[in-house]
Design a binder for this molecule. Structure first.
Ligand SMILES: [Ca+2]
Length: 348
């Protein structure tokens, strides 16, 4: 591996902190302990600001009344998540077991009509919707049991990323204010990601859809709303209908060196996106010796692709791949979803 640019060797385990959650903004905020308000004082400030933002007083009081103190489990999980790393290849093997692929195909068949309608409307394939759903909540079986308001209050009071989570807390209160979901059902991950698509509240406000038309955007219980919300999110982040995410490729040993030399570093908040090599035109990758895994030539298409590498597996990815990274900024996550979608599609 010497000399080859393999920046994504150890990939942070995708912890289902989907949708612009903590992985993009892990800069701790220094704080002087002695200047910190008590939790009760701080919560009174949150209450006042929420009401000032136009959230009805009874909604604010009902929600915040359930929060007695920061949840230790939330802080503990938040402190330890960065240590969870494993090689890309091991992660992908774990995410693409025969059982998971089989379940994905069964779910695609079960919801075929609905997925077809949503796919037509938003331009995202049924297999990809099923794959994201599978990664986020094990096909709707587990979307988290933590009360969202309590989890977000805990993380907003914690000094590490108060600004991010305070904003998400107000978004959560706004969702309750709009009446999309009642407080008792607003649950999700310890980091505040909600429902079967694991949307952070701000993403919910922007992208959740009421596809079944009952007046509520129910990403906790309505398959139509869940699939349409995932599709709307990916479309909002630039998913282009009819284009692939990319594909696995075979790499000659010398290829990454000339490519990496002189490449300007990418900008942006997603570290995984900054770590990709490229983009370069497909025919340039072909010229550098990159081939399909069966040794065949790359397709002749006027498209740019970037290189994502583990230690032994390599992938050329198109613009659509970045929509997957916007869902969760980790190559392990994006490739796991992308490869699962291909396996589900192949079984239709
Ligand atoms: Ca609905």
């Amino acid at each position: 591996m010497r000399g080859r640019v393999v920046l994504g060797l150890l990939i942070a385990l995708a912890t289902s902190l989907a949708v612009n959650a903590t992985s993009q903004t892990a800069v701790p905020t220094p704080v002087q302990e002695e200047s910190r308000p008590t939790f009760a004082e701080w919560l009174a400030g949150v209450r006042a600001e929420a009401i000032e933002r136009g959230i009805r007083e009874e909604i604010v009081d009902q929600a915040l009344r359930t929060v007695e103190a920061p949840l230790p489990v939330v802080i503990e999980r938040d402190r330890t998540q960065a240590e969870l790393v494993q090689p890309l290849e091991a992660y992908l093997s774990r995410r693409l077991t025969p059982a998971i692929v089989r379940t994905g195909r069964q779910m695609a068949a079960k919801h075929r009509t609905l997925l077809g309608r949503i796919s037509t409307r938003y331009g995202v394939s049924p297999a990809l919707l099923v794959a994201v759903w599978g990664a986020e909540s094990n096909f709707g079986r587990f979307s988290g049991v933590h009360p969202t308001v309590t989890a977000l209050t805990t993380l907003a009071f914690d000094p590490r990323r108060p600004t991010l989570f305070r904003k998400e807390l107000f978004s959560a209160l706004e969702i309750l204010n709009r009446g999309d979901i009642e407080l008792a059902r607003m649950r999700g991950s310890w980091a505040g990601a909600m429902g079967q698509p694991q949307f952070m509240p701000s993403s919910y406000l922007q992208y959740a859809e009421d596809f079944d038309g009952d007046g509520d955007r129910d990403i906790w219980g309505s398959p139509a709303d869940v699939f349409a919300s995932i599709a709307n999110y990916l479309k909002g982040y630039g998913w282009t209908a009819g284009e692939r995410w990319g594909r696995e490729v075979r790499l000659p040993s010398h290829v990454a060196e000339p490519v990496a030399a002189g490449m300007a570093p990418r900008a942006g908040t997603c570290r995984a996106a900054r770590e990709m090599n490229g983009p370069l035109p497909l025919d340039e990758w072909q010229r550098l010796g990159v081939r399909l895994t069966n040794g065949a030539a790359l397709p002749k298409a006027d498209m740019n692709a970037s290189l994502v590498s583990g230690s032994s597996r390599h992938f050329l990815v198109y613009d659509n791949y970045e929509a997957l990274l916007s869902y969760n900024c980790a190559h392990s996550y994006a490739l796991g979803v992308a490869l699962l979608s291909d396996r589900v599609a192949a079984g239709r």
